[in-house]
Design a protein around this ligand. Structure first.
Ligand SMILES: NC(=O)c1ccc[n+]([C@@H]2O[C@H](COP(=O)([O-])OP(=O)(O)OC[C@H]3O[C@@H](n4cnc5c(N)ncnc54)[C@H](OP(=O)(O)O)[C@@H]3O)[C@@H](O)[C@H]2O)c1
Length: 247
């Protein structure tokens, strides 16, 4: 059976972990599992089916040198990479007037500069294999905006346009190849990221969700499994929403 190598960033917890487990269960994927440290990936490793082929890639995305090391490693050792799921992300909720520059830099570094660097690596690696899929995690708030999340939402909106432009760029440079760039915009999914929001904010979101409940990480993982598959070969450049109707 054909085996596809996929890098998942931020695979230790939440949505990234669910994607890793779903692709492991699928059986067609070899996994490059990234998180900020090896220790944060331990629990996930214990949950993988024994036959899963994987490598762990602990790199702190807040550290530019570590990001460069990861990019070098991908280009040297993983020339056969099929896909990148750029999922690692952070929030630093605060009114912009009171947000320290250090936090603004951190949000831009982890949520935007790293995805751009990963997409750049994809643009080098994928054409040599005649195929590849890059998926960037955006967010529903990229479209709606969100009070006290202005920098976060700006980074997430930038991921949407990054994928649109690179889908076009790949179309110009590599017409005969199947290289796709897609952004995925989850609504409110229950993870560490959303569990730390106040009860009041959680209830406010809940009232706006037509499906009447928060999303599960597995629901995002199933959609990403589909987007990576050849059945999704005509989905390119688009923003894929998984939000229970939350607008
Ligand atoms: N949850 C939602 O409702 C929701 C909605 C819309 C969009 N999203 C987006 O979906 C993605 C995943 O969200 P989530 O809710 O699953 O988040 P999460 O539970 O907080 O997990 C974040 C992941 O990112 C990794 N990460 C964070 N900072 C890092 C750093 N400096 N270096 C390396 N890795 C780092 C974490 O690794 P460690 O364990 O090593 O810290 C962890 O694996 C994010 O991009 C988020 O913006 C989430």
């Amino acid at each position: 059976m054909m085996s596809y190598k996929v890098l998942i960033t931020g695979a230790s917890r939440g949505i990234g972990r669910a994607i890793a487990l779903q692709l492991a269960k699928n059986g067609q994927y070899r996994l490059l599992l990234h998180a900020s440290s090896a220790s944060s990936l331990k629990e996930l490793i214990g949950l993988l089916p024994v036959e899963t082929e994987y490598e762990i890639l602990p790199f702190n995305f807040a550290n530019e040198e570590e990001v460069s090391q990861l990019i070098r490693h991908l280009k040297q050792t993983h020339k056969d990479l099929y896909a990148i799921v750029s999922n690692a992300g952070i929030t630093r909720d605060k009114g912009l007037a009171f947000q320290p520059l250090k936090e603004i830099d951190e949000l831009i570094q982890v949520n935007l500069k790293v995805p751009i660097q990963l997409a750049k690596a994809a643009m080098k690696i994928f054409p040599k294999n005649d195929r590849g899929v890059f998926i960037a995690l955006s967010s529903c708030v990229a479209e709606t905006g969100s009070a006290f999340q202005s920098v976060y939402t700006a980074t997430k909106a930038a991921n949407v346009s990054l994928c649109k432009s690179l889908a076009r760029e790949a179309g110009v440079l590599h017409t005969d190849k199947l290289i796709r760039f897609i952004s995925v915009a989850p609504g409110f999914i229950q993870t560490d990221m959303t569990n730390k929001l106040s009860e009041e904010i959680q209830q406010k979101y809940l009232r706006q969700i037509p499906s009447g409940r928060f999303g599960k990480t597995e629901e995002v993982a199933h959609a990403i499994e589909f987007l990576l598959s050849e059945n999704a070969s005509y989905i390119n450049g688009s923003e894929f929403k998984i939000n229970g109707g939350l607008l």
